[in-house]
Design a protein around this ligand. Structure first.
Ligand code: CA
Length: 228
């Protein structure tokens, strides 16, 4: 898995980033101080991208950045800057950072930047960008997001999993059992009705006309399929 170092002394922000990195398929390496970050990098020379906070209890993020760059030209470096610290951006880029993200940031924004850097540093040849487009929908598997006509549709994790299953199997009739097993897992022993409940909610979110669905269509007596 692609490793990403996250240096941030504020535990709440760090765990927020860690959760979202994992969700995006990265392997997060954590550090709470500048010195710790440099140690972690020595132990993990295959880290492709480092996210560095600037205000830290020991040496600041710029110093860490300079230190990393002194020996490593290829690693991608993203600085975390506060909104008010415009100068941080300039200083950060001068010390060798590739990019910066301003706090507060959204998980999607941060992972998009990491993805971009990872592509640039050539971090692995994993089959790319994991995006499925079925007009008007765009599914981003890495970020677990769905857009319709370029607008994000807010989905629960279960709803997302259902949509991904559909979009990876366009035109294929999926039984309610198939959907239940694939989304809730083989050991789930709830009722099939939960599939219908989630489909109904999904239709409200994605269909143009829920009375006449054209994206998630019903296969009578069997289940559902993606498309007409
Ligand atoms: Ca800090």
């Amino acid at each position: 898995m692609k490793k990403v170092l996250i240096l941030e002394d504020e535990v709440s922000i760090r765990s927020f980033v860690v959760i979202n990195l994992k969700r995006a398929g990265y392997d997060p390496i954590e550090a709470g101080t500048g010195m710790e970050a440099l140690e972690r990098l020595k132990e993990n020379p295959d880290v492709g991208v480092a996210i560095l906070d600037i205000m830290l209890p020991d040496i600041d993020g710029f110093e860490v950045c300079r230190n990393i760059r002194a020996t490593n030209k290829t690693i991608g470096i993203i600085m975390l800057t506060a909104r008010t610290q415009e100068m941080d951006k300039v200083t950060g880029l001068m010390t060798g950072a590739d990019d910066y993200v301003t706090k507060p940031f959204s998980p999607a924004e941060l992972t998009a930047r990491i993805d971009a850097l990872y592509r640039r540093v050539g971090g692995g040849a994993e089959s790319d960008p994991e995006i499925i487009v079925h007009e008007p929908f765009t599914l981003n598997i890495r970020n677990r997001t769905l857009e319709k006509d370029g607008r994000r549709i807010k989905l629960t994790q279960v709803e997302y999993a259902i949509i991904q299953l559909f979009m990876q199997n366009p035109g294929r009739a999926l039984s309610r059992e198939d959907i239940l097993t694939s989304v809730w897992g083989r050991d789930y022993d709830g009722e099939l009705k939960i599939v219908d409940v989630n489909i109904r909610r999904l239709r409200i979110k994605i269909e143009d006309n829920t009375a006449n669905p054209t994206y998630i269509t019903t296969v009578w007596g069997f289940g559902y399929k993606w498309g007409l």
